[in-house]
Design a protein around this ligand. Structure first.
Ligand SMILES: Cc1cc2nc3c(=O)[nH]c(=O)nc-3n(C[C@H](O)[C@H](O)[C@H](O)COP(=O)(O)OP(=O)(O)OC[C@H]3O[C@@H](n4cnc5c(N)ncnc54)[C@H](O)[C@@H]3O)c2cc1C
Length: 238
């Protein structure tokens, strides 16, 4: 566990901030760390940079994170989990919401003809557009058409790419897996986590532990898109 100082905070859009810290981690794209604010909670966050995390305010822990200032300290353990395997060739990255965090770090490590499809609910939630433009051609869609193309990002998938990397809302990933059957795809999954290192079983899906066997998987485990587990470990139907 490292105690890191926040050196810079970037507001990406409403409710999303990137926190840069004074420590660089030996992390691979797709891996995550457990961020701990004593007295609040400890939560998994993907590396969006080797020294940065991009966090959406959704609940108690992330609200507290958004209150932190440059110079404040945060405890970090990791990196944990599996990583994306960067490939060359005709590549498509498909992301939505905070799924963009690990994909940004991945994009930096890819070579080839890269197309990046980013889906958001509306214009207010769009972030990382300029970041991704550094690495390839970017196409954005919003559900309500307030920015980019109207509709779901899955409508714009090109099935002729050689390799796909996907991270985003569960139903978006499920839809991608239907469209990209028999294609080479890597998915990064999100599940409720406590230990982050294969001990507690909170993040089990289809017999796999997302923290230890994932979060990056080549196939979606059985039950993904059908159930998740709550803080007590109980299965909840999606
Ligand atoms: C491997 C891994 C990597 C992750 N990487 C990131 C990351 O890079 N950036 C990031 O912001 N989050 C990331 N998350 C998700 C983050 O850990 C959770 O959102 C976390 O639960 C937030 O804690 P909280 O106490 O603020 O909210 P909680 O109290 O846990 O959740 C509050 C409410 O928000 C809902 N919620 C949880 N997550 C989301 C979400 N992503 N979008 C919308 N609603 C949600 C919950 O269902 C709940 O109702 C990652 C999760 C995993 C497993």
């Amino acid at each position: 566990m490292k105690i890191a100082e926040i050196t810079e905070i970037v507001e990406e859009c409403e409710d999303v901030k990137t926190f840069f810290v004074d420590k660089r981690f030996d992390a691979k794209p797709g891996q995550f760390a457990m961020l701990w604010i004593p007295g609040v909670n400890e939560k998994p966050m993907s590396f969006s940079y080797r020294n940065g995390f991009t966090v959406k305010k959704v609940g108690k822990f992330t609200e507290k994170m958004h209150e932190l200032c440059e110079g404040d300290k945060i405890r970090i353990r990791g990196p944990y989990g599996s990583s994306f395997s960067p490939k060359n060739g005709k590549i498509e990255i498909i992301g939505g919401g905070t799924g963009l965090s690990p994909l940004r770090f991945l994009a930096e490590n890819l070579k080839g003809e890269i197309k990046i499809l980013l889906g958001f609910k509306n214009k207010k939630e769009v972030f990382f557009e300029e970041e991704f433009k550094k690495y390839g051609e970017v196409l954005i869609s919003t559900d309500d058409g307030s920015y980019g193309k109207r509709g779901f990002i899955t409508e714009h998938i090109d099935v002729d790419a050689n390799y796909y990397y996907v991270c985003g809302p569960e139903m978006m990933m499920k839809k991608c897996s239907e469209i990209l059957k028999s294609k080479k795809v890597e998915y990064s999954l999100e599940r409720y986590m406590k230990c982050g290192m294969g001990l507690c079983g909170s993040c089990e899906v289809g017999g796999y532990l997302v923290c230890r066997d994932g979060p990056v998987f080549k196939d979606l485990p059985e039950g993904f898109g059908e159930y998740k587990r709550d803080a007590t470990g109980r299965r909840i139907k999606l």
